[in-house]
Design a protein around this ligand. Structure first.
Ligand SMILES: *Cc1c(COP(=O)(O)O)cnc(C)c1O
Length: 454
């Protein structure tokens, strides 16, 4: 056993992963192919070529277990990777639990979250194939910030369609994106046909992620110099995030423990997948089985209350249809503070694992997530993003179970980002103004009425 008081487990730069781990190689079941939203036929590379560079299309459908990380991408990763793993000694003490709690901390990236892990390679492959400009959407502002940063690394112009509600509520995210050199507009915007049509019918709309995706896809599809970049959900995005789990495996060896439970929060599923897939893959290959828990908000409960079906990824039905746990592409989640978790669907790979029972999911109400996030901040000092508070709340539930059972359960979670630009949400919580709203089944049923007929 390592020093029992050891708190940080830090890897040398030489331990930065040399390849991404592709779980497709180890899945015991076939995947369901993405479909063309107009024809309903399986997508070919030609359908995706206007939107993505060939290297990423190749990764999207690859079944190779290890995909080499290009050296320029590893060099950019060196700015903040390997990221630290911490033992949460003070949280354990506060809870009085015999459980051992560890967290991998992705808030050390320049953008403050895990998202640069995929923004960097996406910018790199686009630049390598001669693309000059990237279009994307951002909800909470984390993805837009990450792509703006990555664009600056590889000399690409970046246009960000930021959901109107977040554009108005989070000026600091916009300023950070602009400082990296990106152009930011509120979505719906007058810059696209789709944006103009939404504004015409509802000039005061606060927008949604689904609408912003439609605008960014239209931008990329209608300009030769521009491609689209997505921050979650797709296979290649989950793949890039596996640097998180691979490093964690090495760090848990340093700590001389084996995990019993892994926890991550899920919006589109990318930080959860990147953290857990290397462990799940090892179990598929005959290794140790681990309980894996996805923590989602009760306001957007795709894994716990959605159905598993083909659905559209965006509001205007321009993005590919994928088989996933979904609340329906017309579903508009309530405006909770964890903006990164307000998506109607879930990554197809994460959905498949949930459907097969490989992973579990819990939905957690907003107030509980902030209660636990504030406890965590007071014990550990690192202020979590509201998204990360969902993982923390699920960890605390398990740590208290371990206490009741007197078990030394090893619980490891992904602390996916810091909350320094989410302080308005904490202000609301501290003022006692956070509400838990019940999500009416009728609202889910209405949105599911819009599913494509498969
Ligand atoms: C975007 C984001 C999420 C949600 O996205 P996933 O793809 O589910 O990881 C969670 N946490 C933070 C900090 C984010 O920025």
């Amino acid at each position: 056993m390592a020093d029992p008081k050891q708190t940080k487990f830090v890897l040398d730069e030489s331990k930065l992963p040399k390849s991404w781990y592709n779980i497709a190689a180890d899945l015991p079941w076939p995947q369901h192919p993405p479909l063309n939203p107009q024809t309903g036929n399986p997508l070919g590379p030609d359908d995706l070529a206007p939107l993505f560079p060939m290297a990423l299309i190749g990764q999207e459908v690859s079944s190779e277990r290890e995909i080499e990380i290009p050296e320029p991408v590893r060099d950019a990763y060196r700015l903040y990777r390997p990221s630290p793993l911490y033992r949460a000694h003070r949280l354990e003490k506060l809870l009085g639990t015999p459980a051992k709690i560890f967290y991998k901390y992705e808030g050390v990236s320049p953008a403050g979250s895990h998202k640069p892990n995929t923004a960097i390679p996406q910018a790199f492959y686009n630049a390598q194939e001669g693309v000059k400009r990237l279009a994307t959407e951002t909800g909470a502002g984390q993805w837009g910030t990450s792509l703006a940063f990555a664009g600056a690394m590889f000399g690409l112009e970046v246009k960000v369609y930021q959901v109107r509600a977040s554009y108005d509520a989070k000026p600091y995210r916009r300023i950070l994106m602009e400082t990296y050199g990106a152009q930011v507009v509120a979505s719906p915007s007058p810059d696209t046909n789709y944006g103009r049509s939404v504004l015409a019918s509802d000039p005061k709309t606060s927008g949604s992620l689904g609408i912003a995706i439609s605008e960014a896809v239209e931008d990329a599809a209608t300009r030769d110099d521009t491609k689209y970049a997505l921050g979650s959900v797709l296979n290649h995005v989950l793949l890039h995030q596996t640097v998180i789990g691979q490093e964690t495996q090495l760090q848990l060896e340093m700590a001389d423990v084996e995990p019993d439970i892994l926890v991550g929060c899920t919006g589109g599923g990318s930080n959860f997948a990147g953290f857990t897939f290397p462990f799940i893959g090892a179990a598929f290959r005959g290794g140790r089985k681990v309980r894996v828990i996805a923590a989602e908000p009760t306001a957007a409960p795709s894994l716990t209350r959605g159905i598993y079906a083909y659905d559209y990824g965006d509001t205007a039905h321009m993005a590919p249809m994928v088989k996933m746990h979904t609340l329906g592409s017309a579903f508009m989640p309530d405006p909770i503070h964890a903006g990164g978790l307000r998506y109607h669907g879930m990554a197809p790979l994460v959905s498949l694992l949930k459907e097969k029972g490989t992973i579990e999911a819990v939905a957690i109400p907003q107030r509980e997530t902030f209660e636990r996030g504030v406890e965590f901040t007071r014990a550990e000092g690192i202020l979590p993003a509201p998204e990360a508070n969902h993982a923390i709340a699920a960890v605390v539930r398990e740590a208290l179970k371990a206490k009741a059972e007197g078990k030394e359960t090893v619980i490891v979670f992904n602390h996916c980002g810091h909350g320094f630009l989410d302080l308005a949400a904490y202000e609301n919580y501290l003022a006692g103004k956070l509400e838990d709203l019940d999500l009416d089944q009728g609202k889910i049923d209405a949105a599911l009425g819009d599913l494509p007929k498969a």
